[in-house]
Design a binder for this molecule. Structure first.
Ligand code: IPE
Ligand code: IPE
Ligand code: MG
Length: 242
């Protein structure tokens, strides 16, 4: 370990709200979109750090169902950078044994980006060392509503009975059933809200909010969050200390 830090608490799934890109750029007198560009460099850096700490499942909020409210120019830039990210990093992700997952409806994403995403999914589909989940055109409520509709269809088709519907079977209808519950949710940039992020999966997650803006969120900032997580007492409604 580079700085001697060792993660000793169970942490299967870490989820990030990569926020503050626009403000980071503005502070430097740059156009907002350059914050998104820099954000992609942190994404791969933080992926690496999570691998180092043996965190198997990672989710990154890249574009929400609400982000369509942004100017089209910013959305276009975001998609450009996402395409560049996959083009640049897919070999590396594959070599690390990472399986790419996407949570969100790619149907509304422009064709070129969608194609790049499908190629990256295909390319890494047999990997299982790490799981890199990119939330794209993702909304937590949307995910739950879609899951409910899928269950209704399955029920209608006689594939599932009412008795079989429970919290565990419900999960199978979410975007990526192989993702376990989130253990630690980190939001950067000082905002302290969920913004519709993984509502089902975050039910018992620990939340860490850091003032650091995502383009400044290097490995050391992650370690600070992990240290805070490590000091948390997860009780799950019970009384026991972990
Ligand atoms: C997060 O950074 C990235 C996306 C929402 C796509 P922002 O673009 O929200 O940056 P701020 O919050 O305006 O600084
Ligand atoms: C949440 O950030 C979405 C992503 C990071 C992709 P936003 O910046 O869009 O959230 P709000 O608008 O501040 O809640
Ligand atoms: Mg923001």
């Amino acid at each position: 370990m580079k700085d001697g830090f060792q993660l000793e608490k169970k942490l299967d799934h870490i989820a990030f709200i990569m926020d503050g890109n626009g403000r980071w750029a503005k502070l430097r007198g740059l156009p907002r979109h350059l914050g998104h560009k820099e954000a992609c460099n942190r994404l791969i850096e933080i992926f690496d750090a999570c691998c180092e700490f043996n965190i198997k499942y990672m989710s990154f909020y890249a574009f929400s169902t609400e982000n369509w409210n942004r100017p089209q120019e910013e959305i276009d830039h975001l998609m450009d950078y996402l395409e560049e990210f996959f083009a640049r990093e897919i070999d590396y992700l594959d070599s690390k044994g990472a399986k790419l997952l996407i949570s969100g409806d790619l149907g509304r994403i422009r064709e070129k980006t969608r194609k790049v995403c499908y190629e990256a999914l295909e390319r890494t589909k047999n990997n299982s060392r790490y799981f890199l989940n990119v939330c794209l055109n993702y909304g937590g409520r949307d995910e739950i509503v879609r899951a409910s509709k899928k269950i209704a269809e399955a029920y209608h088709a006689g594939e599932i009975s009412l008795e079989e519907i429970n919290e565990t079977t419900f999960k199978k209808y979410l975007w990526n059933p192989e993702l376990p519950d989130v253990d630690l949710m980190i939001r950067t940039s000082g905002e302290e809200r969920l913004s519709n992020y993984m509502l089902y999966e975050n039910a018992y997650a620990e939340f860490v909010f850091t003032p650091v803006k995502w383009p400044d969120f290097h490995r050391e900032a992650l370690v600070d969050c992990l240290k805070e997580y490590q000091n948390r007492n997860r009780r799950y409604g019970g009384l026991k200390n972990e």
